[in-house]
Design a protein around this ligand. Structure first.
Ligand code: CA
Length: 244
């Protein structure tokens, strides 16, 4: 697989150096920017594959930078935030960021997130994904027929469980916030009933996960939302699924 070109947007030189050293050691290509304005310029002129975006930038808020980039580009954006920026992180995901890392993060976490993104990119580039059947590990969704299978067995999902599963499947690899999911499933008038979402998620997991307490397909991001992971059969469980 070709190594991706990564734009590192970070004003703190020690964090930036940690990231670029890691990228260099793993043969990733990278560019750097230390302001929001420079980040926008780099994205428009070099079209990187992925952006690692710090939220606290000296000239503008990282969320604003994401909003601007999203007006013309769909490229994956991984937010890097400090714990104190938790609400900003959720806002960033709602504005179209794909994933996040919370400072301080380990090199392994960074690499795991990049692998998830790389897998997502290769799925997006694969013309097979426009077909009306979605396959992930043993899970198979036939959108045209409205059927879900786990291995050979057909699953009987309620309409809401089915909608929820389709939404996660169509965004495989991407963290979806509670607000985003509830709006897509119930519409904005329904409000943000996270408790109900949790109930539907629990019943859905009972049907699709062999061990609902250590889910393989749908990962929980506490206080943030959920993500469907790309599962390869017999794949070793990497670090990206260990923080739910
Ligand atoms: Ca910063």
């Amino acid at each position: 697989m070709n190594k991706m070109l990564i734009l590192v947007v970070e004003d703190d030189s020690s964090v930036r150096n940690l990231i670029t050293t890691t990228l260099k050691a793993h043969d990733y290509h990278f560019l750097t920017a230390s302001t929001g304005e420079a980040a926008i310029l780099e994205v428009s002129s070099h079209n990187p594959d992925v952006v690692l975006m710090d939220l606290g930038l000296p000239d503008m808020d990282g969320v604003e930078v994401i909003k601007k980039i999203r007006t013309w580009s769909n490229l994956p954006i991984i937010v890097i935030s400090a714990r104190s920026e938790d609400t900003d992180k959720i806002e960033a995901l709602d504005e179209g960021a794909d994933d996040y890392l919370t400072k301080p993060f380990s090199v392994e976490e960074l690499l795991a997130r990049l692998r998830v993104t790389q897998r997502r990119l290769s799925t997006m580039e694969n013309p097979m994904t426009v077909s009306c059947v979605f396959v992930n590990g043993k899970l198979k969704l036939d959108y045209a027929a409205g059927c879900v299978y786990l291995g050979e067995r057909e699953l009987h999902l309620t309409p809401i469980e089915y909608k929820l599963l389709c939404l996660l499947a169509k965004n495989v690899g991407k963290v979806l916030t509670h607000t985003y999911i509830t709006q897509k499933i119930w519409g904005s008038s329904w409000g943000h009933d996270i408790a109900s979402l949790r109930v539907f998620m629990a019943t859905l997991r009972k049907k699709i996960e062999s061990e609902p307490d250590s889910p393989q397909y749908i990962q929980t991001h506490i206080g943030v939302g959920y993500r469907m992971l790309r599962v390869e059969e017999n794949e070793r469980r990497d670090g990206s699924s260990g923080y739910s």
